[in-house]
Design a protein around this ligand. Structure first.
Ligand code: PEP
Ligand code: MG
Length: 588
């Protein structure tokens, strides 16, 4: 009998409750032929369905805005935009003119759109298909005047199980008793996952057979940190997880207390915690007093959301806005990192058999220097109002940096000559995310002001494991001793050259990694803001000396499992001490 199901950890925390299965698909809807004299009637029904869905989305957005982060509530803006997209309406009307009833027209158009999204390389874009399904489901329900009934849990806790968790589900569930979420589909980037993180509901997604194995009523443990669901847990497992749950709750309630405390180790070493951002909106909710700056601004997302390249002026406005929101703290703008899993709809890229090893990042920008010139000039112009830094993605060799330096110098000379204000000493840095770059760092470092390690890519290239391939996800483990030794090498080379090094990949926000990173000499960590406090807590629970010792032992291990075990033991000890101390800083 299957007892343990492995999926993707989508929202952290532990939930223990029985399963309630939910089914909601677009499969069973009425399909009939509409005669021309009824076309107008179907179009009126279309308007009515759009109004009804708009109303319910706005109501849901309002209802949730008290419970979730402001920028996560924007998920519903994205859905509203689809509902009101004139092309979408037009496509549905074309189906109606072709004799389809409204429900069938919705189904066909949504299926077509979904196919386009599913075919995209970028997993984040692929997961937008779920939004379309969600919209389709709501529109069909609205035009069939069949209210989706709100689920009342009769006062009992439950774990939601379904093929997927869609944003509108949040509105029809009794959230006061919703303890966990498990789904067959979905990924870390899906809107359902973002919502569950924002609502603080432990979630594991991508468990193919979950609906088969976890029938309604099955008692489960959802481990949202490990991405595991345990069915019918035994006494020992329950005891372990109940303890873990208690500890996590205590930690959560106390994280608030360390909000404004300095990010220092027990022996006083300062570690700068910075935020990663993908848009100006991300910065709207950022408590800038909690961070030392923006360590990674992924500019490509603003490019990807558009229908054409933003002009230089548009970029200046965007970067200036980001810097204003950062309140004078440094903002590290990474130049366009498209290609690979991040296509740009309006820029023709060749079909590549292996896009992750293909034309991406700085390679693409150096082949199309106009893109680079415009972007760098815009960052330079924006740098007049604050502290901007430029970061180059996917650098592989010194020559690329030489070329970018030349471009930068040339642009600055031009701006100077024309009296355009800018920061003449703007810092230039490189991402270390291609393994070979580690070997040539001593050649590259003299040309740059800082380096930032992109462990998401570095790990996938070093382990030869696609970071977005569910089948090999288990093998993608940054605790591999070889990765730790590489990080040590990078930080050693940077220290020797007297250049600061940060990590901006996901491990920077993984508090289990914090002591090791500090021990490896990495004293700048840039992460999604949601992880800041946990990381700070870990940081304040170790001395730098202890971190060094831990990192030394971990890097010398001979297996990933051994590293994980070591780290778990150490962190459990600190966690326990932190709790025992009543939430104050742990003592060594
Ligand atoms: C990385 O590769 O670690 C990184 C930060 O870049 P991205 O995740 O945007 O590829
Ligand atoms: Mg990367």
């Amino acid at each position: 009998m299957v007892r343990k199901l492995k999926g993707i950890a989508a929202a952290p925390g532990v939930a223990i409750a029985p399963i309630v299965q939910f089914h909601g698909t677009l499969d069973h809807i009425p399909t009939y032929t509409v005669r021309p004299e009824r076309f107008e009637h179907e179009k009126q029904r279309l308007s009515a369905a759009i109004s009804a869905v708009t109303e319910s989305l706005l109501a849901l957005q309002k209802e949730l805005s008290a419970a979730i982060e402001h920028h996560d509530a924007r998920i519903f803006d994205a859905q509203l935009a689809i509902v009101h997209d004139p092309t979408f309406r037009q496509d549905v009307e074309i189906e109606i003119q072709g004799g389809k009833n409204l429900e069938a027209a919705f189904q066909r158009v949504i299926a077509r759109y979904e196919e386009v999204f599913n075919g995209m390389e970028n997993p984040a874009m692929r997961e937008r298909a779920a939004d379309l399904r969600d919209i389709g489901r709501q529109l069909v329900a609205a035009c069939m005047t069949r209210e989706r009934r709100k689920y009342t849990a009769d006062g009992r806790d439950y774990v939601f199980a379904a093929d997927e968790f869609l944003p509108s589900d949040a509105g029809m569930l009794d959230r006061s008793h919703l303890r966990g979420i498990v789904t067959a589909h979905g990924g870390k980037y899906s809107h359902g996952a973002i919502l569950s993180r924002s609502l603080g509901i432990p979630s594991v997604v991508g468990i193919e057979n979950v609906m088969l194995h976890a029938a309604t009523g099955t008692e489960v443990i959802v481990d949202g940190d490990a991405g595991v669901v345990i069915l019918d847990p035994g006494e020992e497992e329950l005891e372990h997880y109940v303890r873990l749950q208690r500890e996590q709750r205590a930690v959560e309630s106390r994280l608030e207390e360390i909000r404004l405390q300095p990010s220092v180790t027990l022996d006083g070493t300062q570690v700068d915690l910075l935020a990663n951002a993908e848009s100006v909106h991300d910065l709207a909710e950022l408590a800038t007093d909690e961070v030392a700056g923006i360590g990674l601004f992924r500019t490509e997302f603003a490019f990807m959301e558009r229908r054409q390249f933003p002009t230089e002026d548009e970029q200046v406005a965007m970067y200036s806005q980001a810097m204003e929101r950062a309140g004078g703290k440094p903002v590290t703008f990474r130049t366009l990192d498209v290609g690979g899993d991040k296509p740009l709809g309006y820029f023709r890229m060749p079909e590549e058999r292996n896009p992750v090893l293909g034309w991406r990042g700085i390679r693409l920008c150096l082949d199309w220097p106009d893109i680079l010139y415009t972007q760098m000039r815009a960052i330079l112009r924006a740098s007049a109002i604050g502290h901007a830094r430029i970061l180059l993605p996917m650098v592989t060799e010194r020559a690329e940096v030489v070329r970018c330096r030349e471009v930068l110098e040339q642009l600055m000379a031009d701006l100077r000559a024309n009296g355009v204000p800018h920061d003449d000493e703007i810092e230039l840095g490189v991402m270390v995310e291609v393994p070979v770059t580690v070997q040539v760092l001593p050649d590259v470092l003299p040309l740059v002001d800082f380096v930032s390690v992109g462990t998401n890519d570095l790990v996938q290239y070093m382990l030869a494991v696609d970071r977005d391939n569910q089948r090999v996800a288990k093998m993608y483990d940054p605790f591999h001793p070889g990765i730790l030794r590489t990080l040590e090498q990078i930080s050693g080379a940077a220290a020797k050259a007297g250049k600061p090094v940060s990590v901006c990949g996901e491990i920077a926000g993984d508090h289990w990694f914090t002591p090791i990173l500090v021990g490896l000499g990495i004293l700048e960590l840039s992460m999604a803001p949601v992880f800041l406090r946990r990381v700070k807590l870990m940081l304040r629970s170790f001395s730098e000396v202890e971190c060094r010792e831990l990192a030394r032992r971990a890097a010398a291990m001979q297996s990933t499992a051994a590293v994980r075990q070591l780290v778990e033991e150490e962190i459990q000890v600190r966690w326990g001490r932190f709790l025992a101390s009543g939430g104050g800083d742990a003592e060594s």
